[in-house]
Design a protein around this ligand. Sequence first.
Ligand SMILES: NC(=O)c1ccc[n+]([C@@H]2O[C@H](COP(=O)([O-])OP(=O)(O)OC[C@H]3O[C@@H](n4cnc5c(N)ncnc54)[C@H](O)[C@@H]3O)[C@@H](O)[C@H]2O)c1
Length: 337
Amino acid sequence: MAQLPIAHLFDLEGWEEPHLQEGLPGVALHCNTARLELATASAAADAEVISVFIHSPVSPEVLAALPRLRFIAARSTGFDNIDLETCHARGITVSNVPNYGENTVAEHTFGLILALSRNLHRAYVRTARGDFSLAGLRGFDLKDKTLGVIGAGSIGLHVIRIARGFGMQVLANDIRQTRLLADVLGFRYVNLDELLSRSDVISLHLPYSPAVHHLLDRERLSRVKRGALLINTARGPVVDTQALLWALDERILGGAGLDVFEGEDVMEHEERLLAAEGAEEHLRAAMRVHLLQRRENVVLTPHIAFNSHEAVRRILDTSIENIRAFLRGSPQNVVGA
Ligand SMILES: NC(=O)c1ccc[n+]([C@@H]2O[C@H](COP(=O)([O-])OP(=O)(O)OC[C@H]3O[C@@H](n4cnc5c(N)ncnc54)[C@H](O)[C@@H]3O)[C@@H](O)[C@H]2O)c1
């Protein structure tokens, strides 16, 4: 009898397992709620297929512990947690889920913008304490303000669509430009400098790669329009947190809404702060997050922009399709090829 392909799936929530079993009947599935990391990789040494979420660092060391691996199904759009170079060298195919939640992430982006523009987070905390005064809670209209979108791809375009509904002007910066889209949605492509100096709200929607590490550093943040809001639902390291703290101190930025931030991983798993390896850097990152957290003009959410019922179901369905497609010899949604 032919052996079933062996798949180890990590970082799962309980409800996902029956869907995976149903969707992948011809596969020997090993479902784990734990993330994939060196400590959990050894139990998956027989894996031909793995599936991970963003919290699993698929590093060269982890890949070395998976000698039979042929395919990785990333259950996310971003795949910067996967070492593509090693995958390429070993002939391991990687797929992602390119379109599951453009509207979902865009809607959360506006949640963050509105929290800051109308002081919703501060009003919530105050009324919960029984304080119903209006002092200090005056916000500003979005209508007629300028939104700057860095990375006008799937998510960025939905953000632009929503912004136009609010009556905002939109500037976009992207390494690829589609004139027709700009005409239809009513926005203008500009260079990064113009976007930073003219936008009242700046929202990041570009993918992370080493080339954009700390794209928004102290020098670029110093060129931002005074009082602008910065929204990041892309990836934490696109913004230099130390520089962000400085720009908030200097009131160059009027506020920040961050679904992603450097050190988010450490904050979710605080026990890592006590691990010997990298403790100093982890502590530094945690301290910077703490400094952000203390500010009334900063709203943090724990990387949940993707997290709607509809979107997580779409992620799972596409991941199942990606695994099936690979196993029948016609991989789809392949990245980094
Ligand atoms: N917070 C969350 O829950 C969440 C969920 C999904 C995606 N994301 C993040 O959002 C990112 C964007 O997702 P998407 O589906 O819109 O991707 P996409 O590939 O459709 O769009 C990205 C856009 O950024 C542009 N771009 C790339 N490098 C750039 C640069 N240096 N400067 C300006 N523009 C650049 C690309 O040309 C493209 O148009 C993902 O890579 C992921 O990191 C976050």
